[in-house]
Design a protein around this ligand. Structure first.
Ligand SMILES: Cc1cc2nc3c(=O)[nH]c(=O)nc-3n(C[C@H](O)[C@H](O)[C@H](O)COP(=O)(O)O)c2cc1C
Length: 390
């Protein structure tokens, strides 16, 4: 076995990406904020949950199919929004969107993507989700929402936990600002990744294409840097959810919920779904892992809204554990970026295949045939699970 088929785990894809993507972009995807304790806990705390094995149950004809925010999904997984996919590999957003479309799962495009909303719409035929960061420039926000509507995006994700940036030391050390500052060090990182650099020469876009040419006075990389620095709206409150909903007219998914009161507020302000998330451990270091708070949020609002979660999903087993604790589905962050770095569209497809295979075999060993039936009965109660009343 060689190449991508030799990748049996998400970590195999990560190692492959590490050798192919310039260090500053690889580390951008691979790190968390400050001590990275939340980043690490997101994944490691899945180990505290143990499955309940059942035997002698007819395990033929298994199905992983479900719906996520009203959209059919081949498994309970969607690609989460991630900035600058297009710097992990040329045209990264388009490649990830195509992989998701072919696999039959929803794709989300970040506001801070390299490929634009229109690029992704043109390259795909199924609707995708668009993620909004609330910016101070209201006319720009209005146009952004209208563009998402015109591109037939089937949902908007409003990310609430990044109005100020958590310090990621790797990025500071690598001089990774927006736009990246190129110096001798970064140039040497690029020269040692010739495959990446060669691909980039043919890339459709190399800047934040949802912004440049669309926001007033942002025509080039220089003006973009100062625009971004001043634009994340620190006065954001819940009332903006209603404003976005009215303008968009379709489902709004509120992302970045870790607290039960916030979950209730999101629902009372009209969220059609929420994502339990700590931004992959990139914002408030010291916050709990997403899987730890998921059960209490399910208890609080699970009967009123659809609950998705993300953070630390690296296997099909993680996905099923999140379902057992009440999530309808999960979003995938870094594994998609590793897949892109490891092998573009095929690398992302490989990440999906790894997760699907693990989920399918695990379901069989749980004695379950339909993923929609996964629930608390599939796991043992323990400290992480019991304290939330399950
Ligand atoms: C490199 C990177 C960029 C990200 N950019 C965004 C973004 O632009 N918008 C957003 O809402 N979330 C963003 N996220 C957070 C992801 O959507 C998601 O919450 C997180 O990555 C999930 O954790 P995981 O990486 O452990 O799967 C980003 C995450 C990473 C790793």
């Amino acid at each position: 076995m060689s190449g991508l088929s030799a990748a049996l785990t998400i970590n195999d894809l990560r190692q492959r990406a590490r050798g192919r993507v310039p260090r500053m972009f690889f580390q951008y995807s691979d790190s968390g904020s400050w001590t990275e304790s939340t980043f690490r806990a997101n994944e490691s705390e899945f180990d505290e949950i143990r499955f309940r094995q059942r035997v002698a149950v007819d395990m033929r004809d298994r199905s992983l199919a479900t719906t996520l925010v009203g959209q059919p999904a081949a498994m309970p997984l969607a690609v989460g929004p991630a900035a600058i996919c297009g710097l992990q590999v040329a045209d990264g957003e388009i490649k990830a969107a195509r992989a998701a479309e072919k696999f039959g799962i929803p794709f989300s495009l970040s506001t801070m993507s390299i490929g634009s909303i229109e690029d992704v719409a043109e390259a795909t035929s199924k609707p995708f989700w668009f993620q909004l960061y609330m910016m101070r420039d209201k006319p720009f926000m209005e146009r952004l929402i209208d563009r998402a509507k015109a591109a037939r995006c089937s949902a908007l994700i409003m990310t609430m936990d990044l109005q100020i940036l958590g310090d990621r030391h790797a990025d500071v050390r690598n001089g990774l600002s927006a736009p990246p500052k190129f110096n001798l060090n970064s140039i040497s990182q690029i020269v040692t990744r010739p495959g990446w650099a060669f691909g980039m020469l043919g890339a459709k876009r190399r800047t934040f294409s949802n912004v440049v040419g669309h926001a007033q006075n942002v025509e080039d990389l220089g003006s973009l840097a100062s625009w971004i620095a001043g634009q994340f709206d620190q006065s954001l409150t819940w009332k903006e959810v209603g404003w976005v909903k009215d303008r968009f007219g379709g489902p709004v998914i509120v992302k970045g919920i870790l607290d039960t009161q916030d979950a209730q507020l999101a629902v009372s302000h009209g969220a059609d779904a929420i994502v339990v998330s700590n931004h992959g451990g990139r914002q408030l270091d010291g916050a709990p892992s997403s899987i730890r708070v998921l059960p209490e949020i399910v208890d609080a609002v699970g009967h009123k809204t659809e609950i998705l979660m993300d953070g630390g999903i690296r296997s099909g087993q993680h996905m099923l554990k999140a379902l057992a604790l009440g999530a309808k589905g999960v979003l995938l962050g870094r594994p998609v970026l590793y897949g892109l770095g490891a092998g573009g569209e095929a690398g992302v497809t490989r990440a999906f295949e790894i997760i699907r295979k693990e989920a399918d075999v695990t379901m069989a060993l749980l004695g379950e045939r339909d993923v929609r039936n996964i629930g608390p009965h599939n796991i043992y109660s323990n400290d992480l699970v019991r304290q939330q009343g399950h």
